[in-house]
Design a protein around this ligand. Structure first.
Ligand SMILES: Nc1ncnc2c1ncn2[C@@H]1O[C@H](COP(=O)(O)OP(=O)(O)OP(=O)(O)O)[C@@H](O)[C@H]1O
Ligand SMILES: [Mg+2]
Length: 473
């Protein structure tokens, strides 16, 4: 008997052992075949099948539709029709005559050997019956349950495979596995982190940073939340890694034959892209950095439409500052956070784990620390801290932030970057504005990146403060 090959992971494909894909007259005939196949060999009563796919019809009419669908199936299965068997009032697919990807996948997804897990990853080409819909509630319920069950199995198998690849140093394979995991569930924040770490280990700093931006966007868009502290800290770590320690290695991997692959994004080993152009705004920002190094605080605002390269430009600047051993504080405003007081500043202070910096805490003194605890509750737990004030005094909070920045910048050159400032709360914007006004014209500047549109649509701010040891900002 000709065996029937059924591939239901990633779509629907039915074909006889040696032959091309079969087509069926109706979607419901395909749905019936898929239902009988998972698992093959299970006998189903006709009335149950009729209710599954023709629930809205009267019983007789539904059973007639089932008969018609079975007839169509037999006809279209051709040589492989022997796989479909009717026994009394039941219908089943002969398990010895069917070769089903779902069965192969579930059989090996639970195994532990790396080979089995890789094979399972190959078999899971996509979601169960991906893109397949039949407007019948009982069938859709079954479909979603099966899809969820198989997706969970795939995630577990890929996660075990990823862990094995990381342990054995197969980093490029691990990148591919992590990407597959995110393709199945892009909200898995730990996987975003793993991918960032892998890129960083491979010397692909820009790819690691891009992964973070992608993670932020996905979480914001789909859940309206910001990344976990661990993710932000990792981002900060990657950002401040000395650029030289993280550059991609040159050598055989970057040969003429592999370069086109990298351009196509196919080889994660060499998929780095250097900064293209932007000489003028970069030079302007770097000049501000040098001036600040001399003790005169600077503000730089970078404006430009979405995706024009604002973050990329700032990454370059951060790498420059990190190489010169500046302290870097990185905060971000989130669309969901517009009511949080001093949101991007708080974000920057939290990610930097300032509270662990004993010298800064000491210099700040208990009164300012207590004031700051309104914004950062962990400051309240410090020894000797008086009770925080009951009423929020915005002016004092503003002063607190200025004090903290002064203390930090009195010790070492300080670069504070505030991303996506257009989402920031009004107090953050007011602080920035007052600092901008307070600085002499030569000490603040803005860059608009020329885009397709003439007017900038996405304001973004990167501010830097360097105070002289006597503390003027
Ligand atoms: N000058 C450049 N050279 C190389 N790659 C660039 C350059 N500018 C932008 N890119 C790439 O284009 C993509 C978008 O850039 P980026 O994220 O910096 O834009 P953005 O202006 O910050 O966007 P958004 O407004 O969404 O925050 C990134 O993958 C980035 O690496
Ligand atoms: Mg950006």
């Amino acid at each position: 008997m000709t065996r029937l090959h059924l591939n239901l992971l990633g779509g629907f494909e039915a074909r006889p052992e040696s032959g091309s894909s079969l087509t069926f007259r109706t979607q419901k005939a395909q749905a019936l075949l898929a239902y009988l196949a998972v698992p093959p060999g299970q006998a189903h009563r006709r009335d149950k099948l009729a209710a599954l796919l023709w629930g809205a019809m009267r019983d007789e009419q539904a059973r007639a539709s089932l008969r018609q669908a079975l007839y169509d199936l037999r006809k279209n299965l051709g040589d492989a029709a022997g796989a479909l068997r009717t026994e009394g009032d039941t219908v089943l697919l002969d398990p010895t005559a069917v070769d089903l990807d779902v069965m192969k996948f579930t059989g090996i997804a639970g195994e532990e050997t790396p080979e089995a897990l890789e094979q399972a990853a190959l078999l899971y080409r996509g979601d169960f019956l991906d893109g397949f819909t039949v407007d019948e509630e009982p069938f859709e319920t079954w479909l979603l349950e099966e899809r969820g069950r198989l997706r969970e199995l795939a995630i577990e198998a890929l996660a075990r495979s990823l862990s094995h690849q990381r342990k054995t140093g197969a980093l490029a394979a691990a990148v591919r596995t992590a990407r597959r995991l995110l393709a199945i569930d892009r909200l898995q924040e730990p996987v975003h982190r793993t991918l960032m770490r892998l890129h960083a280990q491979l010397g692909q700093r820009a790819a690691a940073l891009r992964q973070y931006q992608h993670c932020v966007t996905v979480l914001q868009r789909e859940l309206g939340v910001e990344p976990e502290l661990e993710t932000k800290q990792l981002y900060q770590e990657v950002l401040t890694q000395r650029a030289t320690a993280c550059e991609p290695t040159t050598g055989p991997a970057a040969s003429a034959t592999t370069r086109p692959l990298a351009r196509a994004g196919l080889d994660p080993q060499i998929a780095e892209t250097p900064l293209v152009g932007r000489d003028a705004p970069l030079a302007k920002a770097q000049a501000a950095l040098h001036q600040a190094e001399g003790g005169s605080g600077q503000l730089v605002a970078i404006l430009g439409e979405t995706g024009i390269g604002k973050s990329r430009l700032v990454e370059e600047l951060i790498a420059h500052a990190a190489q010169a051993k500046w302290r870097i504080l990185l905060g971000r405003a989130y669309e969901s956070d517009q009511i949080l007081l001093f949101g991007p500043f708080v974000d920057a202070f939290r990610a930097d784990e300032l509270v662990r910096d004993a010298a800064v805490m000491e210099a700040l003194g208990p009164v300012w620390r207590t004031e700051l605890s309104t914004l950062l509750p962990q400051f309240a737990a410090m020894p000797g801290a008086p009770r925080p004030p009951e009423q929020v005094d915005y002016r004092r909070l503003f002063e607190c932030i200025a004090q903290l920045l002064q203390q930090l910048s009195a010790r070492e050159p300080l670069l504070i970057v505030l991303e996506d400032l257009h989402w920031a709360d009004e107090l953050s914007l007011a602080s920035w504005h007052s600092w901008a006004v307070a600085s002499r014209p030569s000490e603040s500047s803005s860059s608009s990146l020329p885009g397709r549109k003439s007017s900038p649509t996405t304001p973004y701010f990167a501010g830097r403060f360097r105070t002289s040891p006597n503390g003027s900002t």
